[in-house]
Design a protein around this ligand. Structure first.
Ligand code: MG
Length: 169
C-alpha cells in the first residue's frame, strides 16, 4: 500500500502529465492554424503520448489500491511568436517534467516505495528520450531560422512522425 504522501505526489504527477498533454494540444492547434501542418501533427502525437503517461500513473495507483483524485488542468499557453518558439517551449516543458519525475523518484526512495521506484524508472528513461528528441528538433529549427524553404522542409519532416508502438508509449 502506498503512503498518503506518495499517493498525493503521484496524483500531482498525473495532473502534470495531463497539463503537458493539454499544452502540446495547444501548440498543435497553433501550428495547424499557422499552416505548419507537420509540426501540428508532431505536437498532436506528443499530446497523445503525454495522456498515455498520465494513464500509466492512473493504472499504477489503481493497481496499488490507491486513490486517483483528478484535479483541474491549468490553462496552457495559447499564443506563440513563431514555430521556433513553440519547440523551444516544448523542450523547456520536457526539462520541467524531468525535474518533476526526479523529485517523485527521490520521494519514492525516501518512502521506501519500491514498486513506485520500479515504475518511475520507466519515466526516467522516457524523459532522457523526450529531451533528446526535443533538443534535436530545436537545434534544427535554430539552424533553419527564417529561411522559408528550409522551414517547410523541416515541417514536412516532422509530418513523418509515427505513433509510438504500444509498449514504448
Ligand atoms: Mg510525459
Amino acid at each position: 500500500m502506498l503512503s498518503k504522501v506518495m499517493q498525493d505526489a503521484i496524483n500531482d504527477q498525473i495532473n502534470n502529465e495531463l497539463h503537458s498533454s493539454y499544452s502540446y494540444l495547444s501548440m498543435a492547434v497553433w501550428c495547424d492554424h499557422q499552416q505548419f501542418k507537420g509540426s501540428a501533427h508532431w505536437m498532436r502525437l506528443q499530446s497523445e503520448e503525454e495522456r498515455i503517461h498520465a494513464m500509466r500513473l492512473v493504472d499504477f495507483l489503481l493497481a496499488r489500491n490507491g486513490r486517483v483524485f483528478l484535479k483541474p488542468i491549468g490553462q496552457p499557453e495559447v499564443e506563440f511568436e513563431s514555430v521556433v518558439e513553440v519547440f523551444d517551449k516544448a523542450l523547456a516543458q520536457e526539462q520541467t517534467v524531468t525535474q518533476q519525475i526526479d523529485g517523485l523518484y527521490e520521494l519514492a526512495f525516501q518512502e521506501k516505495a519500491f514498486a513506485a521506484l520500479v515504475e518511475l524508472e520507466w519515466f526516467i528513461t522516457e524523459q532522457v528520450e523526450e529531451e533528446k528528441t526535443a533538443r534535436e528538433i530545436v537545434h534544427k529549427f535554430h539552424m533553419v531560422k527564417d529561411d522559408p524553404a528550409s522551414l517547410l522542409d523541416l515541417d514536412r519532416e516532422l509530418n513523418g512522425r509515427a505513433p509510438e508502438a504500444a509498449e514504448g508509449a
